[in-house]
Design a protein around this ligand. Structure first.
Ligand SMILES: [Zn+2]
Length: 221
């Protein structure tokens, strides 16, 4: 099978191959894998009627991923969590799903990729969604972008802060209009990273761990 390059990465529809590549090239940080698992479960549960209960759960998972709460606190907050009745099978056991990605990072993922138990056996809709989410969270490994401090004008910095503070409380998604305005401000500040600007302007959902927002926040992607 052909090796990945920038174009093949953008077009790839095989999540297990993408995961394998991210593993091999050591791009799966603990934070990112936790945010990925959380974002994926958010998408799977997006059709549930009780969005408030789910939002509280995902607030905990994201706080844990970001290191804002300790593991014990996370366990306390989520241990007895009961997902809404309409949360799709076979994903109802949210904590097991999170653990399978975030618990034993490399060994866990490698085993799952090797056996195909957690990827290729997924329903078709999920297989389609996974590559899109991977590109949202990990970007394109062949197109590197970094934050140039010159772009950090007061306007840009305040727009980045506002984007984080105004994520949709129920879905956790960034506000698309705000990201587009942020892209304009970056361009005005001299940013010429076409991929970064295009990503901020393209339709989301953009979720916590979005590679472009991570670049802007100076996180390691
Ligand atoms: Zn994004």
């Amino acid at each position: 099978m052909a090796r990945f390059n920038a174009k093949r990465w953008e077009e790839c529809q095989e999540p297990e191959r993408m995961f394998e590549f991210l593993l091999e090239t050591r791009r799966l940080t603990e934070r990112k894998v936790r945010l990925f698992a959380s974002a994926w479960l958010r998408i799977i549960g997006s059709g549930c009627a009780d969005k408030t209960t789910l939002a509280a759960f995902f607030h905990s998972t994201e706080s844990w991923a970001e290191g804002e709460i300790k593991e014990e606190e996370f366990n306390e907050q989520t241990y007895s969590f009961d997902p809404p009745a309409d949360f799709p099978e076979p994903y109802r056991n949210l904590l097991d799903r999170l653990d399978s990605y975030a618990g034993d990072l490399e060994a866990g993922l490698e085993e799952r990729i090797a056996t195909g138990t957690d990827m290729t056996s997924q329903p078709a809709a999920v297989i389609v969604a996974l590559p899109v989410l991977m590109r949202e969270m990990f970007g394109n490994p062949f197109v590197l972008a970094s934050f140039n401090p010159d772009w950090g004008t007061p306007t840009v910095v305040s727009l980045i802060d506002a984007a984080y503070q105004n994520r949709n409380i129920l879905t956790g998604y960034f506000d698309q209009a705000r990201l587009a305005i942020l892209a304009d401000a970056l361009e005005e500040a001299g940013c010429t990273e076409a991929g970064l600007l295009a990503h901020l302007r393209q339709g989301g959902p953009h979720m916590l761990g979005c590679w472009a927002m991570d670049v802007l926040s100076a996180y390691e992607c």
